[in-house]
Design a protein around this ligand. Structure first.
Ligand code: ARG
Ligand code: ZN
Length: 891
């Protein structure tokens, strides 16, 4: 049944404390749950309804006596409870089957060890409970298990007791002093080892930090520990938020649906976001570990100390925490250029994933109004667009104002379960007189209206009057259930770039004096006209600097103007953006022309010159150069088109890349020589930037070599696959050979496999690289089928399944969208196969068809048929059903 935001009602009972005792056994685990409850005096008296899911109930006791109960579906209902508001004790005894738990929600096994995942609604798979975030209790947890097989027993909070039991078993008791909702409960039991570090924070408190992994992985935990230490220090320094626990633990598991989970004091992570050493992890992995460790740690305040009242408020914690982890990574990066690189990377992700989501059948507001399955709403809209909304607060009230708002938010709400409205109100109240406070009700439309707003701008220079007039209008496309939108509050950071490349002083006609550099215009109307005075010559407008709002900017700049920005803009984000827009204009023109001749030399000379100038630039950082020289991805281009022909897009992108490779060949060789040797591996921004540019250069050189049979560069790439000193260089070299389609690719792949067959995360890269290699004549789908027969492939392991299936269905448009529909048939088969045991992973894969309705024929009809086949399947999970029904109803 659909759950609606406006149906929220406070719980009829509160649970003050919980005592859980687990007898851990993979085949049958027994759970004794002793709770202290009381009626919520603010709610009319009613029966107690406890959530459950796939549990076996053995006994229910009320105040030590047997009592009557009934089942309503999976819900346990108790009707004859004592009247009045006095607390009472309820004891529930259940069993569950961890080794059969293939959904990886609740209590499950991974590598023979026990783990839990409770967010959003997994706790009800462990015991009967009021499994909703506004019910907060203190937890005392006793774990009992075989000592030899499960030497380590962990749960939230502090270890208060441990000891031996008969029959080779032992126990540990944990007490969490902080009240928490059930979704933050966790336990871990198994054969694990830990890297430990004691730290003292600036406020003088001492803490024990631990990173638990399987024996053999300890040499891959240094970066995680460093990232955790940085996180603790950063949150205290930047937001005044200290670690509130004596002990903070991170545990890694290789079977995990999501990236990681912020359980109080006991974060559980996908190994992908913990394990890193130079020989197995890339620079991208190092960055991801740092940001996810930060993310989960920052949840300790934004999420745990203050949590969500209901799941419609999910972005309250996720958007805010993504914003915080982005700021953390930027602060650690250090230099303005390295910060800009991080910002650009975040925007690339937003545009290639969130913009399409906002334009498709699953579009939903940052605070959704309804869901069938909450797991489907852990989306890029809730996370990344939510973070952009939080960023706009900071843009409107400044860094200091933002900090004041955060302070007030915790002053008011520490220990509570609250809403997005509460956050917005604290931000505004702490900043009286600000644009935000003045515009708050309108600003909050960012929470209620879905869709990516379009900001259309037009500039006109009047030489006689020395004025430059910008007419800026906003609109927002219809989204499911929301045909019409009201105007948003849109902060547009902007500047005007003069002929000399410098920002001209900005003075609006009603201002007393001019300002230097950028200015933030706050749009509130459908249309706004801005007249800048004392402008001596026609400038080039640079709008939406730093990507100051999550909107699509529609401004008709001539190629020469874009090249001017690419060469000079003082804002590095817009400098990069100018290059992207140049390439995008060309790509769209060539895609739409439809002619084969358009594929011959798509990029013109001036454009190539401009890119060469960036590549050869004496001052720019290598990381920034690599971003500018990377053409827009196929998903982002598809999102700009009304009708999508994936093969045509792919052909144009390949043609552009080939031309860029050949025409800049000498420059690529020069860049490679400059950057390819970074010495002993460290993941810092400067050396990782060099590796990134060297990797792109090698890819381009191999691509160029494919045009004329040159053997030198492919030979160098092959050599690098064999003897690179780190995974980044090695994988980039392998990528260069596979993506250029060179005959050495096969041998290089074999080599890589032999080196890493016992390293699951490296093997995931090996699978993914092959699944999302460029399709040439339809060879990828058969290759993918072959990969699935590989002895190391398993559909049951989410990382491995995604390394082949997501890499293909989401990451390889040209391989997936085949004229013969075989890609869609494959997709439907795999979604159904996955759904039989892991609906969350299945539903993610199902979303590969989100954009089907904008496909050109014959793709569109074939896609619809495949979706209909999935939708017609009996016994579909709510997860997949919601995705496919939305896909079919909205078009
Ligand atoms: N709260 C976790 C994190 O962002 C993610 C939990 C994912 N849960 C899910 N049902 N998809 O940090
Ligand atoms: Zn999160």
């Amino acid at each position: 049944a659909v759950t609606r935001r406006l149906d929220y009602a406070p719980p009829a009972f509160w649970i003050d404390s919980v005592e859980l005792t687990f007898d851990l056994d993979p085949a049958k685990t027994r759970v004794l749950n002793r709770m202290r409850l009381r009626r919520n005096p603010d709610v009319p008296a009613q029966p107690l309804r406890l959530d459950g899911d796939e549990l076996n109930l053995s006994r229910v006791m009320l105040a030590g006596q047997g009592c009557s109960f009934r089942m309503d579906g999976e819900t346990l209902v108790l009707e004859n409870l004592p009247e009045g508001n006095a607390p009472f004790e309820l004891e529930i005894f259940t069993t569950c089957y961890p080794e059969k738990n293939s959904k990886l929600m609740g209590l499950f096994m991974s590598g023979g060890d026990f783990f839990t995942q409770c967010e959003a609604e997994g706790f009800r798979r462990i015991t009967y409970f009021l499994d909703r975030p506004d019910v907060m209790a203190t937890y005392t947890v006793t774990l009992r298990a075989d000592k030899a097989r499960y030497p380590v027993l962990l749960s939230n909070g502090n270890l208060t007791d441990e000891g031996e039991l008969p029959d080779g078993r032992h126990f540990a008791t944990w007490h969490d002093p902080h009240n928490k909702p059930s979704y933050l409960f966790a336990l871990v039991a198994g054969k694990l080892v830990a890297r430990e570090q004691r730290i003292a924070t600036r406020s003088g408190s001492e803490h024990l930090l631990q990173v638990y992994v399987r024996p053999g992985d300890l040499d891959k935990t240094e970066h995680a520990m460093n990232s955790l230490i940085h996180s603790v220090l950063w949150d205290e320094a930047r937001f005044g938020l200290p670690l509130d626990l004596e002990r903070f633990m991170i545990v890694a598991t290789s079977d995990f649906n999501a990236g990681a989970m912020e359980n109080k004091g006991l974060n559980i992570f996908n190994t992908k976001y913990v394990l890193a050493k130079p020989s197995t992890a890339t620079d991208g992995d190092y960055d991801a570990v740092e940001s996810v460790i930060g993310h989960e740690y920052f949840h300790n305040w934004t999420g745990n100390r203050v949590t969500c009242r209901d799941w419609f408020q999910l972005s309250l914690k996720e958007g805010l925490t993504v914003f915080r982890d982005q700021e953390f990574s930027m602060d650690l990066a250090g230099t303005p250029s390295a910060r800009a690189v991080k910002r650009i990377e975040n925007v690339i992700d937003l545009r290639s994933a969130q913009f399409p989501e906002d334009a498709g059948p699953m579009a939903h507001p940052v605070r959704p109004d309804e869901y069938l399955e909450i797991s489907n709403f852990y989306t890029t809209t809730i996370y990344e667009k939510g973070a952009e909304v939080v960023r706009m607060y900071q843009t409107l009230i400044g860094r200091e104002g933002f900090r004041k708002g955060i302070d007030l938010y915790f002053q008011r709400h520490d220990g509570q379960a609250v809403t997005c409205d509460d956050f917005a109100q604290a931000m505004a109240d702490a900043n009286e007189g600000s644009d935000l406070a003045r515009l708050l009700p309108q600003f909050k439309r960012w929470y209620s209206q879905a869709g990516t707003p379009v900001v259309k701008a037009q500039g006109r220079y009047d030489a006689a009057a020395r004025t430059y007039t910008l007419t800026v209008s906003q609109s927002c496309p219809a989204t499911p259930g929301q045909p019409r939108k009201e105007p948003f509050v849109i902060p547009v950071q902007m500047g005007l770039v003069g002929a000399d490349g410098r920002d001209v002083p900005l003075q609006l006609d009603h201002w007393q004096q001019a300002v230097q550099g950028s200015h933030t215009v706050v749009l509130t109307e459908g249309e706004t006209t801005l007249t800048f005075i004392h402008v001596d010559a026609e400038p080039v407008p640079s709008l939406l600097r730093g990507f100051s709002a999550p909107v699509e900017l529609d401004i008709d700049l001539a190629p020469a103007q874009l090249m001017h920005l690419l060469a000079h803009d003082s804002d590095p984000f817009n400098r990069w953006e100018a290059g992207q827009q140049l390439a995008l204009q060309t790509a769209i023109e060539k895609i739409e022309s439809g002619a084969d001749t358009a594929l011959a030399q798509p990029l013109n000379d001036a454009h190539l010159q401009a890119l060469r100038a960036v590549l050869r630039h004496p001052q720019l950082d290598a990381a920034f150069k690599a971003l500018v020289l990377t053409l827009p991805d196929e998903d982002y281009i598809a999102d700009q088109l009304d009708t999508v022909d994936p093969q045509r897009i792919h052909a144009v992108c390949e043609a552009m890349a080939r031309q860029l490779a050949t025409e800049l060949r000498a420059d690529w060789a020069w860049a490679y020589e400059q950057c390819h040797d970074t010495g002993a591996y460290t993941p810092d921004p400067v050396s990782s930037g060099k590796r990134s540019l060297a990797g792109l250069a090698l890819h381009m050189l191999c691509l160029a070599a494919q045009q004329d049979g040159d053997a030198v560069w492919p030979g160098k790439a092959y050599q690098r696959v064999k003897d690179a000193g780190n995974m980044t260089d090695r994988l980039n070299a392998l990528h260069a050979l596979v993506y250029s389609g060179h005959e050495l690719a096969g041998r290089a792949l074999e080599r890589f496999y032999t080196l890493f067959k016992d390293e699951p995360l490296a093997l995931d890269k090996w699978f993914a690289l092959q699944s999302h290699a460029p399709d040439r004549g339809g060879h990828i789908l058969p290759a993918v089928r072959q990969l699935m027969k590989h002895p190391d492939f398993s559909l049951r392991n989410p990382n491995r399944a995604r390394s082949v299936l997501s890499a293909f269905c989401h990451g390889n448009p040209a391989g997936f969208h085949r004229r013969d529909a075989a890609g869609y048939v494959f997709w439907a088969d795999q979604v159904l196969a996955l759904d039989a045991f892991n609906p969350q992973v299945a539903a993610r894969l199902a979303r590969a068809m989100d954009a089907w309705a904008r496909l050109a024929e014959p793709y569109r009809a074939a896609a619809r048929a495949a979706i209909e086949r999935v939708a017609a399947h009996a016994g579909l999970s709510n997860d997949v059903r919601e995705v496919v029904t939305r896909a079919l109803t909205e078009q």
